[in-house]
Ligand binder design. Structure first.
Ligand code: NAP
Length: 232
């Protein structure tokens, strides 16, 4: 049987790297994307250069993400699954009570909203050929409003985007899953979040592999998982 190919954005650390390791154990060949090839190179060495490829791409840049996908297709010839996972977080106050300067807000909207949109656009034609699977990382913050939180708004956009793509995918055999994690122990957390109950990145990786492991007739629309005791 041909090895299934999984492309992961945000593969250099956190949820993306944990999912890459678990997917490799399940037999996937991996295309690992981050903004710098060097940041994913150690993971490629760990997984084996015959089983994994490091590709540089800023997901908010159409030319970069489409060229990266072309490179993956050149190397592996197919795409069976995509984990559109890369994202970032800034603390924001709409009243100006601290938080990031509004001049920085654009980066987060670009990365968290335009990023998965462009990743979807770049990969769905190839996924349609394999009746493949698009998994997008949202957040619990994309289901429950959070005080003064632009990050939450970007993740509400992801929830809507996944649903919209799923509607467009009807008849193609392509499945779309949005993973909505609660607080997970990665570099993205702020100091306050670090004091709260946290999941491990591997806990989220198992949810991704669960969705990917279902038979073709089952489209897991959404998985929300939170650390036990996380308060909304
Ligand atoms: N950890 C949590 O509690 C939590 C909860 C809910 C949702 N999430 C979501 O989970 C996803 C992964 O986050 P994480 O927790 O694993 O955080 P992380 O450890 O900070 O990892 C973020 C990843 O995104 C990549 N990235 C950031 N901006 C990028 C860009 N413009 N282009 C390409 N890659 C970019 C980073 O790669 P480089 O910097 O190496 O390029 C890195 O690999 C994000 O979408 C985040 O919003 C996390």
């Amino acid at each position: 049987m041909t090895d299934r190919v999984l492309l992961i954005t945000g593969a250099s650390r956190g949820l993306g790297a944990a999912t890459a390791r678990l997917a490799a154990e399940s037999g996937y060949v991996l295309a690992l994307l981050a903004r710098r090839e060097e940041s994913v190179a150690p993971l490629v060495t760990e997984l084996g250069t015959d089983r994994a490829l490091a590709v540089r791409a800023d997901i908010g840049d159409w030319a970069a993400i489409s060229a990266a996908v072309d490179r993956v297709l050149e190397r592996f010839g197919r795409l069976d699954a995509v984990f559109a996972n890369a994202g970032m977080s800034l603390d924001v106050s709409f009243f100006g009570n601290g938080g990031a300067d509004p001049g920085q807000w654009q980066d987060m909207v670009r990365t968290n909203v335009l990023g998965p949109a462009l990743t979807a656009r770049a990969t769905l034609p190839a996924l349609a050929q394999t009746k493949g699977h698009l998994v997008i990382t949202g957040s619990v913050a994309g289901r429950y409003p959070r005080k003064g939180n632009l990050y939450s708004a970007t993740k509400w956009a992801v929830t809507g985007m996944a649903a919209g793509i799923r509607e467009e995918a009807v008849g193609t055999g392509v499945r779309v899953t949005v993973i909505q994690p609660g607080i997970t122990d990665t570099e993205i957390l702020n100091a306050e979040q670090r004091t709260k109950p946290k999941m491990a990145p591997e806990d989220v990786a198992r949810a991704v592999l669960y969705a990917l492991g279902q038979p073709p007739g089952v489209d897991v629309n959404e998985i929300m998982l939170r650390p036990t005791g996380q308060v909304m």
